[in-house]
Ligand binder design. Structure first.
Ligand code: ADP
Ligand code: ADP
Length: 227
């Protein structure tokens, strides 16, 4: 079964703004997948629905075969999410933010502590573990969001514009990290981006969304051959 399967997904905001017009999408297990498209196309809405942050109007979403409508409490264990906005408590310490998340998933602390340490080390944040999040730079906050999203070892990691506003050097090291967890841990990754270069560097399969419709769904290789 696919890591993510979307059928006839529709979102109407307010009375009649059709942000998603019945989209279909399959993301195979182990894939590194990019959802591309201009601003306002419907990327965040799509991912928001998958994560249950946005209510859908119609359609079906399954995460590793689990329907999010009937069983979100199970589906959420498969999902790690990095939204665009920083949504952690800015006054909480870095290490505590990651451990608090582990608590939401019922991870025992003896398991969560070494996992949090490993993630913070890998993402270059271990030295900052006792700082309150407010004191971090934008790039550090972005990496903190990634550490937090991975604490419970999700099989599917969803990243909305993961390197927006990040300088080129940090962007490259974040690419390296994402590649590593995709290859070594087999984590399926879906990201949205408007940097074609980012998708080109990372992704195997892509879908392009425009005005709430999938206008292309192909491999990165084929997309590049057409350009
Ligand atoms: P709905 O209940 O229709 O799903 P929301 O509760 O998500 O809509 O949003 C309520 C209202 O907030 C919208 O009708 C809109 O006026 C406004 N809004 C929030 N975010 C946006 C946005 N990104 N673009 C346009 N309007 C927005
Ligand atoms: P993208 O992530 O591709 O930039 P979004 O999914 O954020 O696109 O938005 C798709 C469309 O839906 C946009 O036209 C946006 O203004 C609109 N929209 C997003 N959220 C809301 C909302 N809460 N209420 C009304 N319109 C919204």
């Amino acid at each position: 079964e696919p890591a993510l399967s979307i059928r006839g997904l529709t979102k109407v905001y307010g009375n009649d703004f059709h942000a998603l017009k019945g989209i279909d999408l399959n993301v195979p297990q182990g894939d590194f997948f990019a959802l591309l498209g201009p601003n306002g196309a419907g990327k965040s809405t799509t991912l928001g629905i998958v994560c249950s942050l946005v209510n859908k109007t119609a359609g079906q979403v399954k995460v590793f075969g689990v329907d999010i409508d009937t069983n979100f409490s199970l589906a959420k264990y498969h999902l790690g999410v990095v939204p665009q906005e920083f949504n952690f408590n800015q006054f909480e310490k870095v290490y505590d933010i990651v451990l608090t998340q582990a608590g939401y998933y019922g991870m025992p602390m003896r398991e969560a502590r070494p996992r949090a340490r490993q993630l913070l080390e890998d993402l270059g944040l271990w030295d900052k573990r006792d700082n309150v999040a407010r004191m971090l730079s934008g790039g550090m906050k972005r990496r903190l969001m990634i550490a937090r999203a991975l604490i419970h070892r999700p099989k599917l990691l969803i990243l909305d514009e993961p390197t927006a506003g990040v300088d080129i050097e940090l962007r490259r090291s974040m690419w390296e990290y994402m590649r590593r967890i995709n290859r070594e841990e087999g984590t399926t990754i879906i990201l949205t981006t408007h940097y074609l270069e980012e998708a080109e560097n990372l992704c195997r399969n892509i879908a392009i969304i425009n005005h709430g419709e999938i206008v292309k769904n192909t491999t990165m290789r084929e997309l590049l051959a057409e350009l």
